[in-house]
Design a protein around this ligand. Structure first.
Ligand SMILES: NC(=O)C1=CN([C@@H]2O[C@H](COP(=O)(O)OP(=O)(O)OC[C@H]3O[C@@H](n4cnc5c(N)ncnc54)[C@H](OP(=O)(O)O)[C@@H]3O)[C@@H](O)[C@H]2O)C=CC1
Ligand SMILES: CC(=O)C(=O)O
Ligand SMILES: [Mg+2]
Length: 628
């Protein structure tokens, strides 16, 4: 157990020693000399150093045998071979049986099935991620349909609500408003050097569940696990962050298990300065610095804003979109998946978007994002902006958004969608539109009567109930199909089981931004785009809809099956790369000739590799003067 594994040529700088490795019991990647076009990592002597489980080069002189069991990046459990066990000095620390990774995945599936409650399944999966990272990602990636509802919506919503109760160990970075002035120092505590993707929330609007404060951390953690499982972005390059500025949720403030700051949300200039400092600190830590250290490749910081409150989400998107490489998933990612689904529905109906009118229940981040992208798509089909806007009807908490709305009028991004009509309060009054989208977190808002009316007016009404989690859906798939005798073209934000109606089984689509954000992020990272334009989300929507087959459409699916979602991500990334090089917004040169092959070469491999390699030699602890 005391044996130490070493590589002949050691290339750790002092910086690396102080930022991870065995010093704090975690093995971090180093900052290797990196040439992404070939994905070769070389040490100073031009030799291939040891690769960690995440594919990163590392200071193997600092890794002890036992670390291969304790570090989730290195651990393979019973899949370590006899030779590996003996040479790593871990023989006897594992049961005598040897297993393949496939057998381990099957065991994990059986373990998940043993739990009745989804929250317990979630806890099991988080435990697996903490123990054996590759196994966790293989389980997720190869069983997306079963696992996504557990690590993502709907279960992640419950996990956030109970986060304090189920909290086990560190994952992600918490930065509180009281860290103002020191955010860069906090970022330096993160043990990874090569972060490419950050998902950040301030917990103010977690799914449709409202303000969950610091417990919103489940969302960046869940989203980033999909970055890896669905788009092959390396886990070591992903950083989940929660900005804790307090919470206005009194029941959390009163909850003995609440993990965040126990005061109301800080707002105004103090909050804005805090976010500004955060953005600058991220670039200082992972933007410029990383750029200086690498060769032949521009490493970018890529960040995603998630589940911020409405009033801040739009402000920050405007403020930061041209200054940083960032997007808002709730506004832009959702828009893309919804328009992708609508384009697929148009193929089924053999019509164009511009031939329809659209009704939105909700006029917040999700609904306004979708409405905006619908306008863009209709303009691409030939409508003027004015004509396209006339086709969009939106309802917020005060009723239909109209120009002459009394008391308070219409403000912000809603203004462009205000119709020249008399005010109307009830959704039933305006539901005679062929495409109806719910994104208002008002569960059951599409009542059976409303759904029936949609079915009476339209032969095949397009009904999207996008609110999450399931408890907030505007209607269920069963309700939509039943009220329309199976004629509805339906999609929902959280998954619903297939429904059999009049002997025909229909497969509701999951209109969730998870179809979009992993692929967009992969494309951005692989091209070094500095800014993400709105067109990216229309291209992604088109790429997504092109992957829907006629057979899918015949079964009621508006999206490709979740089992093919990795291919969707790659297709989106390739499409985005084509666009990035064509329009000169890529910064990674030389331009890869075969973009698909290039992108595939970057992907995280969740299969185990051997920790042993030819250049290794055994050294006793004394050889290292005890520096193990
Ligand atoms: N499927 C997916 O991929 C995604 C789904 N979502 C889901 O969409 C939902 C909304 O999110 P988001 O847009 O960010 O939230 P916002 O808070 O930005 O918007 C909510 C909107 O709903 C409106 N609203 C509230 N009550 C009613 C009511 N009784 N009748 C009509 N409208 C009402 C609000 O009105 P007002 O403006 O007057 O306050 C507001 O316009 C959430 O459940 C979220 O989980 C979000 C992102 C992605
Ligand atoms: C899916 C998502 O991002 C949301 O519901 O907020
Ligand atoms: Mg969200």
């Amino acid at each position: 157990m005391g044996n130490t594994v070493a590589v002949g040529s050691v290339f750790c700088s002092d910086k690396h020693r102080s930022s991870g490795g065995a010093v704090n019991g975690r093995v971090s990647g180093t900052t290797p000399v990196r040439d992404m076009s070939q994905e070769v990592t070389l040490d100073r002597l031009g030799q291939r150093p040891f690769q960690t489980a995440s594919g990163e080069a590392m200071c193997s002189s600092m890794v002890r045998g036992i670390d291969h069991l304790r570090d989730p990046r290195l651990n393979k459990g019973m899949a370590f071979t006899l030779e590996e066990r003996q040479r790593l000095g871990i023989h006897g620390l594992l049961p005598p049986r040897f297993k393949t990774q496939e057998q381990q995945v099957a065991l994990c599936m059986r373990n998940v099935a043993r739990y009745d409650e989804n929250l317990n399944k979630y806890i099991y999966l988080m435990g697996l991620q903490d123990r054996n990272e590759r196994l966790f990602y293989r389980l997720l990636a190869e069983n997306v349909e079963q696992m996504m509802p557990l690590v993502y919506t709907p279960t992640v919503g419950l996990a956030c609500q109970k986060f304090g109760l189920i909290y086990r160990r560190d994952r992600g970075l918490f930065i509180s408003i009281h860290d103002k002035g020191h955010i860069y120092e906090i970022l330096k505590n993160w043990p990874e050097q090569d972060v490419r993707a950050i998902v950040v929330t301030d917990g103010e609007r977690i799914l449709g569940l409202g303000d969950l404060g610091a417990q919103g951390m489940g969302i960046p953690v869940g989203k980033l696990s999909l970055y890896t499982a669905l788009a092959g972005i390396k886990p070591s390059q992903c950083l989940p962050i929660t900005l804790d500025v307090g919470t206005n949720n009194q029941s959390l403030l009163d909850d003995e298990d609440y993990i965040g700051l126990r005061h109301k949300r800080v707002t105004g200039a103090e909050y804005d300065d805090f976010i500004d400092e955060f953005m600058q600190a991220v670039v200082k830590r992972y933007g410029q610095n990383t750029l200086i250290q690498v060769r032949a490749v521009v490493v970018i910081k890529q960040g995603e804003f998630e589940d911020f409150g409405n009033h801040n989400a739009f402000r920050f998107l405007e403020k930061y979109r041209n200054k940083y490489c960032t997007f808002n998933d709730d506004i832009q990612g959702t828009a893309s998946v919804a328009v992708g689904g609508m384009l697929a529905a148009m193929r089924k109906l053999k019509t164009k978007l511009s031939e329809h009118t659209f009704l939105f229940l909700g006029a917040g981040e999700a609904a306004l994002g979708i409405a905006g992208l619908c306008v863009m798509a209709m303009m691409k089909e030939g409508l003027s902006s004015e004509e396209a806007h006339k086709r969009i009807f939106m309802i917020d908490s005060r009723g239909l958004i109209v120009k002459n709305r009394p008391a308070g009028g219409v403000v912000g991004h809603k203004v462009e969608f205000a119709q020249d009509m008399p005010p109307m309060k009830e959704i039933a009054e305006v539901v005679d539109r062929p495409v109806v989208t719910g994104a208002a977190a008002q569960s059951g808002a599409f009542t059976p009567e409303i759904l029936k009316k949609m079915g009476e007016i339209n032969k095949e009404p397009i009904i999207f109930a996008l609110s999450n989690p399931t408890s907030k859906a505007e209607c269920t798939a069963q309700q939509a199909y039943e009220a329309t005798e199976g004629r509805a073209i339906f999609a929902s934000g959280s998954p619903f089981d297939p429904v059999t109606i009049n002997g025909k089984t229909l497969y509701p689509g999951q209109g969730n931004n998870a179809y979009i954000f992993p692929g967009v992020s992969l494309g951005v990272i692989c091209t070094g785009m500095h800014h993400i334009s709105e067109e990216v989300f229309l291209y992604s929507a088109e790429a997504l809809s092109e992957m829907v087959t006629d057979e899918d459409l015949a079964q009621g699916r508006l999206y490709p099956p979740l089992s093919s979602i990795q291919e969707v991500s790659i297709k989106i990334a390739v499409q985005l790369a084509e666009h990035a090089y064509k329009t000169g917004v890529a910064s990674l040169y030389p331009e890869p000739k075969d973009k698909a092959a290039f992108i595939r070469a970057q992907l995280y491999d969740y299969h185990y590799t051997s920790p042993l390699c030819a250049t290794w030699e055994w050294r006793s602890p004394e050889d290292h003067n005890g520096a193990v």
